[in-house]
Design a binder for this molecule. Sequence first.
Ligand code: ADP
Ligand code: MG
Length: 298
Amino acid sequence: MSHCHATLPSLVGLLFSLHPQLSTPLLACLPARLHTSGMSDVPPAIELRDVSATYVERGRRLPVLERISLAVAPGEFVAIVGPSGSGKSTLLDVIAGLIEPDAGSVAINGADLPAASRLGRSAYLRQRDLLMPWRNVQANAAVALEAHGVPRREARSRALDRLREFELDGFAHAYPAQLSGGMRQRVAFVRTMLTDAPILLLDEPFAALDALTRSDLHRWLQDVLPGGQRTVLLVTHDVEEALLLADRVLVVSPRPAQVVAEERIAFTRPRRRSLTLAPEFLAAKAHLLIHLGSAASA
Ligand code: ADP
Ligand code: MG
């Protein structure tokens, strides 16, 4: 099933006519093979095959994922956009090993793993992860290392070493209440990234921030996360954010979530805010919004 649109709406058509060098749409519609990374023989870092998951609450079954398949290549940055309540957080919970699906398989680096063995294979920044108000930045950053069994003193000293790399030196002894929302979120990122797990799962990490802070964090994330070293799966409802950060964007349908469209994003990096005004960017954005619109009305 392909969700490509043969004709793009007038906005995109106008952009292409104004910019003849864009006579070939930048983001070619891809054929029905919507969900695979299509890269080399190296096994995907993450591969879901026909995964279904259902919540049961007071005897009622709520199907949240239905035979969803997707693959993320090692070092690839994939963004998932989709309507609220479609099952995106559940999808990340499944990959992280917090939920065992009813059906289907989840492979990490080519090996099918049950949920218990997936735990700890990825660093996961959950949607409502908060910093501990009673711990300073250094101690908050060290939490994930401590959870991985690193002794407290060593965890804190390693955290301190890394704060500079993440542009947070000078704040090691500050408490969350003394930081701006953007700084707090940076610390939450660092806490997640410090374990050096090669897979990073990010669930709407910028959603609660104002636009300027969000934009600042997009720049920061691109600077501290050099391309290709980590496999990243980012859930967002912000199409612009997906286009600024990802190598590939997947659009999911309303619950039960299925992948309904895929776009490869080829803009050179680093991608700065000014890119959002470029005709190519606007065309890509319009294209994704069409997919998202048809997903929402499906
Ligand atoms: P998204 O992240 O796309 O907004 P979620 O994965 O959080 O979606 O949730 C998908 C659906 O599953 C929603 O309708 C939500 O209310 C429901 N849901 C999420 N978690 C649970 C749970 N623990 N028990 C029952 N229903 C849940
Ligand atoms: Mg969610």
